[in-house]
Write a protein that binds this ligand. Structure first.
Ligand code: S3P
Length: 425
């Protein structure tokens, strides 16, 4: 993929549906009685992997563009898959399904692509085993493929060492099949889409501070779900709109759940002009975001805000390169175990583009203002790296060539078209 400098961005755009919410709508729809209709579903490869896994377990799922109909069969309606379940590149699919599969009365195995086979699964294996699950890492290194012999589970209170919505959701989903209350306490609150949506489907979920708990064996009932625009996808356009001179763009109906809005807070701390319009605060909060070109200054991103913008940190690193002064990102070692090691990969790529950036064990230090130029960079097949670099390529001088730029397909198949559609010819 080759990216050239973009002219001012103007106009409106509706970013694709939220990835986390799209996954959950399919999963919870499958475990409910009756039909779940999903609108503005994300048709990226990750969410299609979730559909394919539940189809393999006997759930009828009809998809036409971004509309999905899930014909749920209740908590105990899944059937044993004939084959290994393949989650592709999707950590959310693998970790959340592990919780569901642990409580079934059949055996299943889960695998995925080269990236997913390197990502830590011990973080879900440990709590699931405490619940009595029979789950094993087949290679014995705490990674996938996983083999799960479904069996009766116990309710536990789990204190998670990491702030991870995937771990929390995995344990809560296993808790649907447990013999008593299951709760999870995390060090910092992670995204709470599971809690919000499970309650909407009829589960008894309580949230207090950083603890969420669930009662077993609810009767879940299929619902209509309108998926908000994904703030993680909106982040690329927000950054481009702020940095490309003379831009003004409106991003329609973006999710602004407070457990996901850290990117907006960081943008504002950097001096961004972003106005929220048409705010809706019930269920999953949403707003239209009006973004205007703004001079940016460096900032420090650390502590409790990190889980609320974890997927946007590659974009923050790029913004910092074009900002005045120094930006420090710390407490973000989780970035090393995402689809790629995003600290290393972003540092190496941005250095090739002339950026003054240094890698830290848990983050990056970026001195903004150095001239940024085109180069040949490698997404390492990580969609968020590819899109963050593409924005950098749209701002810097010269041509940016991104290896494996088509991996945007994981979360945003129309990303490049949407980016160019906003740029004046
Ligand atoms: C997700 C949680 C986050 C995030 C991922 C999606 C989810 O991962 O990075 O893109 O849908 O629950 P962790 O739970 O590993 O932090």
């Amino acid at each position: 993929m080759q990216i050239r400098k973009l002219k001012n961005l103007r106009g409106e755009i509706c970013v694709p549906g939220d990835k986390s919410i799209s996954h959950r709508a399919v999963m919870f729809g499958a475990l409910s009685h009756g039909e779940t209709r999903i609108r503005h579903f994300l048709t990226g490869a990750d969410c299609l992997s979730t559909i394919s896994c539940f189809s393999s377990m006997g759930i009828e799922i009809l998809q036409e563009k971004d509309q999905v109909l899930v014909k749920g069969k209740g908590l105990h309606g899944l059937s044993a898959p004939r084959d290994v379940l393949n989650v592709g590149n999707s950590g959310t699919t693998m970790r959340l399904i592990s919780g569901i599969l642990s409580g079934q009365d059949f055996t299943s195995s889960l695998t995925g692509d080269a990236s997913i086979q390197k990502r830590p699964m011990k973080r879900v294996i440990d709590p699931l085993r405490q619940m009595g699950a029979d789950i094993t890492s087949v290679p014995g290194n705490g990674c996938a493929p996983l083999l799960i012999n479904g069996r009766p589970l116990h309710g536990i209170h789990y204190t998670s060492p990491v702030a991870s919505a995937q771990v929390k959701s995995c344990v809560l989903l296993a808790g649907l099949y447990a013999d008593g209350l299951t709760s999870v306490t995390e060090p910092v609150l992670s995204r709470n889409h599971t809690e919000i949506m499970l309650q909407y489907f009829g589960a008894e979920v309580d949230s207090a501070g950083t603890t969420a708990s669930i009662r077993p064996e609810p009767t879940l009932v299929g619902r209509d779900v309108l998926v908000p625009g994904d703030i993680s996808s909106a982040a690329y356009f927000i950054a481009a709109g702020l940095l490309i001179p003379n831009s003004e763009i409106l991003l329609k109906n973006v999710g602004i759940n407070p457990t996901r809005d850290g990117f907006l807070r960081v943008c504002r701390a950097m001096g961004a002009d972003i106005t929220l319009l048409n705010e809706v605060r019930e269920g999953e909060p949403t707003a239209d975001l009006l973004v205007r070109t703004s001079p940016l200054r460096g900032t420090v991103v650390e502590g409790d805000i990190i889980p609320t913008l974890i997927d946007e940190l590659p974009m923050v690193a790029v913004m910092a390169a074009f900002a005045e002064g120094t930006t420090i990102i710390r407490d973000a070692s989780e970035l090393r175990v995402k689809e790629s090691d995003r600290i290393r990969v972003m540092t190496e790529n941005l250095q090739k583009m002339g950026v003054d950036i240094t890698e830290q064990p848990d983050g990056m230090i970026i001195h903004g203002g150095a001239p940024v130029h085109g180069a040949v960079v490698d997404s390492c097949k990580d969609h968020r790296v590819a899109m963050s670099l593409a924005v950098a390529g749209g701002i810097c001088d010269g041509v940016l060539t991104i290896h494996d730029g088509d991996c945007v397909n994981i979360s945003y198949p129309e990303f490049y078209q949407d980016l160019y559609s906003l740029s004046e010819p």
